[in-house]
Design a protein around this ligand. Structure first.
Ligand code: HEC
Length: 185
């Protein structure tokens, strides 16, 4: 009887742990941001990795347009593929836990759309089709940018909030203004 009780407690504890983890996984590390979007809190490296990914998407977008205007469908396919699903392996695994599920879905869908551009360019060789696909893909860029932003999670090196602010002021006063004091303004 006693061991039965213990195993029920274990079930309850494990369920709570699973529930908390799945909630975290769905919601991600987000906070409301003063510009009305949701801020996804990342480390500096994670944010840099995602922004690099973003700049690659922008480059693919321009390169697809350039290649399609030359009717060079091999090149359309090549440059679209750079932002396709196969590049997902470059994304650090720790990030997936922090991104909200809806954001991840939009990100994967964007990669899938770049892959479709790459496939169809070779199959159909139809410039209007490629341009239409790219325009649809860019609706994902717009949707995600209007909903989310990335912020660097900032951990104060000082225990009390006031202590940190005071120390930042001292830095300003002594002319040693650093990024730290810029950040809290
Ligand atoms: C799943 C969400 C998502 C999608 C889809 C998305 N972005 Fe972004 N992108 C972001 C976020 C979040 C930022 C950071 C914005 C901020 O913090 O203000 C960003 C930033 C950027 C930046 C700035 C990079 C830098 O170095 O500062 C560029 C360029 C960019 N995105 C291009 C694109 C393009 C082009 C597409 C579509 C092909 C796209 N993004 C689709 C989420 C997304």
């Amino acid at each position: 009887m006693k061991s039965c009780k213990i195993s029920w407690s274990l079930v309850v504890i494990l369920s709570v742990i699973v529930a908390v983890f799945s909630y975290k996984f769905t919601v991600g590390e987000v906070k409301p941001s003063e510009d009305g979007r949701l801020a996804v809190e990342l480390t500096k490296d994670e944010r840099n990795a995602l922004l690099l990914e973003m700049r690659t998407w922008l480059q693919s977008t321009q390169a697809v347009l350039n290649a399609v205007s030359d009717r060079n469908f091999e090149e359309v396919s090549r440059v679209a593929r750079i932002s396709g699903m196969s590049a997902e392996a470059d994304t650090p695994a720790s990030l997936f836990r922090k991104l909200p599920a809806a954001m991840k879905a939009l990100g994967f869908d964007t990669r899938k759309k770049f892959d479709e551009i790459a496939d169809d360019a070779i199959k159909l060789r139809d410039p209007e089709h490629t341009i239409k696909q790219l325009s649809n893909t860019m609706n994902n860029c717009i949707a995600c940018h209007s909903a989310y932003r990335f912020t660097e999670a900032f951990h104060s090196p000082f225990p009390a909030k006031n202590g940190f602010v005071a120390s930042a002021h001292i830095r300003v006063k002594t002319g040693l203004q650093t990024n730290l004091s810029n950040r809290i303004e």
